[in-house]
Design a protein around this ligand. Structure first.
Ligand SMILES: C[S@@+](CC[C@H](N)C(=O)[O-])C[C@H]1O[C@@H](n2cnc3c(N)ncnc32)[C@H](O)[C@@H]1O
Length: 193
């Protein structure tokens, strides 16, 4: 059996990350040896959990492309927008999309707060900001019936409690397979408290 297109593209993506990381600091140098086991595995589990979620996708603060590039690789037909304000990282992401031939994905090099409302069906974010701040970004860019997929570390329960001071939302946490204390928060029906 041949190597799948997804596997080929993931390998090419890892190659580009390794090539450019010393110059652009796309991921913490201490985690370069964990690209597959941590960064890619984290993003793949989101792709799996959200595999049947319909509509377009916006990844906020994409950095080196987690989870945005991995989503684009796993679902190449998806209309996907990555928002990343750092020019060098945005240039890297555009180069990845070109080299991997993923024409349905695009990069906006702007601050999330300055981007016109995107009315997204799905929003993802990983390692971007504490949940109360993330909720403001989500509120700006998520459609009324949309779903946010927020990848959170071990303090996620405290962050949820803090966010509930200002926001109402439905929450379904998915335990992370790479870190049992971390979670992907599936959030819908976001409104001001
Ligand atoms: C810690 S990195 C995480 C990157 C990636 N999501 C990951 O998990 O590896 C956060 C990224 O968000 C970007 N960022 C932070 N605040 C932003 C904002 N307000 N608008 C756009 N990008 C932002 C930073 O430039 C940085 O690349």
């Amino acid at each position: 059996m041949g190597v799948s297109r997804e596997t080929e593209r993931l390998a090419a993506y890892v190659g580009l990350l390794r090539k450019w990381n010393p110059a652009i600091n796309l991921i913490a140098p201490s985690t370069v040896e964990q690209i597959e086991t941590r960064h890619i595995a984290d993003s793949l589990q989101l792709a799996e959990i959200a595999e049947n979620s319909p509509g377009n996708w916006v990844d906020l603060g994409s950095g080196g492309g987690f989870p945005g590039v991995v989503m684009a690789i796993m679902r190449p037909e998806l209309q996907l927008t990555m928002v990343e304000s750092d020019q060098r990282k945005a240039a890297f992401l555009r180069n990845v999309l070109r080299e991997l031939a993923l024409p349905h994905a695009r990069v906006l090099c702007k601050r999330i707060e300055a981007v016109d409302r995107l009315d997204a069906a799905n929003i993802s974010a990983r390692a971007l900001a504490p949940l109360p701040q993330l909720m403001a970004y989500v509120d700006r860019h998520l459609s009324a019936s949309g779903t946010a997929w927020l990848m959170k570390g071990r303090n996620w329960q405290d962050e949820v409690a803090q966010a509930r001071t200002d926001w109402k939302f439905e929450l379904k946490p998915h335990q992370s397979t790479t870190d049992p204390d971390a979670a992907i928060l599936e959030i819908t029906e976001v409104r001001h408290a």
